[in-house]
Ligand binder design. Structure first.
Ligand code: NAD
Length: 304
């Protein structure tokens, strides 16, 4: 029996659902939120009806799956696959973009431009990434995407992972229990871990305090990995120099958040991974898993 797949309209938060449908036109695929009678569903996130609809397989179009009820899925024998592995280049470029903006002060010039202000930097306000250091916390797809690019720009790259196995492009690997030591010397700290019980609030007041006063935090992981009010305090008091933030405790970032007003903060709307070929990348993953399902093989990117 061919696999019937529903594309949930929620994927429209990233790309038009019809785009994915046309890329998968060789298969039995519909754009619908009524997933009853389908074998699989492709979705942006979890919907309660997925648990009762009889679907056997959910594919989430993001790498993070922290809001999925994994135990409930296991109990019902529903398999969850994610989109891990496709975001290294897009998020890697966004993270380097944050760093380049701060180093070259581009964010300030762009803000000044809206007012027609010509304001060259003080002699000691800009620097080059070449020769600067970055500590990448979490060395999976995103972490490696950042490490490879940072290394290519001449940065000194260190990283944090759960086991101290050497990683290409990373000169020194610290284990998670040495997080504070790892981040204390770096000009940039880039967060690329999933949000789990172990990483919730991983960067709080003490870690921010351990960072250099001229250091920048880059968060392209999940908002919950950082204690956001501690971050606001650290930015306010100047105990760190700035932050490039793509993810927040609450999204969209509420309009009264002090982060909007801070000159040394660049806010992006959870868009670090956005790229015109996102749907193509998802189509390749879904197609591979349709093939595997029909061949009776285990699915790729299997979460549960
Ligand atoms: P990944 O699974 O390839 O890599 C995550 C890495 O973090 C793994 O190597 C894992 O071992 C490591 N890790 C887990 N817990 C750790 C800990 N306590 N200390 C150190 N390392 C730890 O996933 P990925 O594709 O790199 O994505 C990582 C996360 O980033 C996702 O879970 C998602 O939440 C987020 N993400 C955000 C965007 C965005 O648009 N901003 C895009 C993709 C992913």
């Amino acid at each position: 029996m061919p696999t019937r797949v529903a594309i949930h309209s929620s994927v429209g938060r990233i790309f038009p659902p019809e785009r994915l449908q046309s890329l998968l036109s060789a298969f039995d695929v519909d754009v619908t939120d009524d997933v009853d009678g389908y074998d699989g569903v492709v979705s942006f996130g979890h919907e309660p009806e997925f648990l009762e609809a009889g679907v056997e397989w959910i594919h989430v179009v993001r790498a993070g799956y922290d809001e999925f009820p994994l135990d409930a899925l296991r109990e019902r024998g529903i398999r969850l696959t994610n989109s891990n592995g496709i975001h290294g280049d897009s998020v890697g470029e966004t993270a380097l973009g944050f760093m380049l903006q701060f180093a070259r002060r581009l964010h300030r010039y762009r803000s000044n431009q809206t007012e027609g202000i010509w304001d060259p930097p003080a002699w000691d306000e800009t620097f080059t990434l070449d020769g600067e250091s970055v500590c990448v916390v979490g060395l999976g797809t995103l972490g490696l995407g950042i490490a490879r690019r940072a290394d290519a720009l001449g940065m000194d790259v260190t990283g944090v992972r759960r086991t101290p196995t050497p990683v290409e492009h990373v000169a020194e690997v610290y284990t998670s229990d040495r997080l504070r030591a790892a981040i204390s010397d770096a000009r940039f700290v880039a967060l690329t871990v999933p949000l789990t019980d172990a990483t919730a609030g991983l960067v709080g007041a003490e870690e921010l305090d351990a960072m250099r006063e001229d250091a920048y935090l880059v968060n392209v992981a999940r908002g919950g990995v950082v204690d956001q009010s501690a971050l606001v305090d650290a930015l306010d008091s100047g105990s760190i120099a700035g932050a490039g933030l793509d993810v927040f405790e609450e999204e969209p970032l509420p309009s009264d958040s002090p982060l909007w007003e801070m000159e040394n903060v660049v806010v992006t709307p959870h868009a670090a991974a956005a790229t015109v070929d996102y749907a193509d990348r998802i189509a390749a993953l879904v197609e591979e898993n349709i093939r595997r399902r029909e061949a009776g093989e285990s699915l790729t990117n299997l979460v549960v």
